[in-house]
Ligand binder design. Structure first.
Ligand SMILES: [Fe+2]
Length: 191
């Protein structure tokens, strides 16, 4: 059973940040009945929740680039980033509801996302368009590795349903990588 420092919640939480709480098992009202063992459900929950945090973090980063883009490829990149952001957001609810279906608890707040995300935020004042593509490529590559690893954990713990969902989500990640890679070829050949 792992312990995490979860962001403060509710009124008590507002007074004091960083209260250590158990991330699993869920409170009994939220402990959905499942035929998976608590150990199996915990392993899956702990593999999937960081993927949700990363999808939200990368959603914001991709939208940030969509909003703060400048240059000759404006229209192409602006539309590409929007399409990719929507894909990322679409994966969030699917994964969060899988966690709840097996009795785990999932993301509760933006600060909870900050605690679980494994990709960095991007607060740079200005990022050149080619560099945006490079950064998104790197993050999507990282996310693809984490998703593939999570699929293995789901398979090992008898959760083929979450594994199937993750396979589709990984396919979308690889599509994003493919598009970014090809755009990058154009940028690097032009440099
Ligand atoms: Fe937009």
């Amino acid at each position: 059973m792992s312990t995490v420092t979860r962001p403060p919640t509710g009124q008590a939480g507002q007074a004091k940040a960083g209260i250590p709480v158990k991330s699993y098992p869920a409170p009994k009202q939220l402990a959905t009945i499942t035929d998976l063992t608590p150990k199996e459900a915990q392993a899956i929950t702990e593999a999937v929740n960081p993927l949700i945090a990363d999808a939200l973090a990368l959603y914001i980063k991709t939208k940030n680039f969509h909003w703060h883009l400048s240059g000759s490829h404006f229209r192409d990149y602006h539309l590409l980033f929007d399409e990719q952001a929507e894909q990322l957001l679409g994966s969030v609810d699917v994964l969060a509801e899988r966690v709840r279906r097996i009795g785990g608890t999932t993301i509760r707040s933006v600060s909870h996302v900050g605690q679980l995300q494994t990709i960095g935020d991007d607060n740079d004042e200005y990022v050149a368009p080619g560099e945006m593509i490079r950064r998104l490529m790197r993050d999507n590559q990282h996310i693809a590795e984490k998703q593939r690893a999570a699929i293995e954990i789901c398979e090992k713990n008898r959760d083929t349903v979450t594994s199937n969902n993750l396979q589709e989500i990984l396919d979308e990640t690889e599509r994003r990588k493919w598009f970014l890679f090809e755009v990058l070829q154009g940028i690097e050949n032009a440099e």
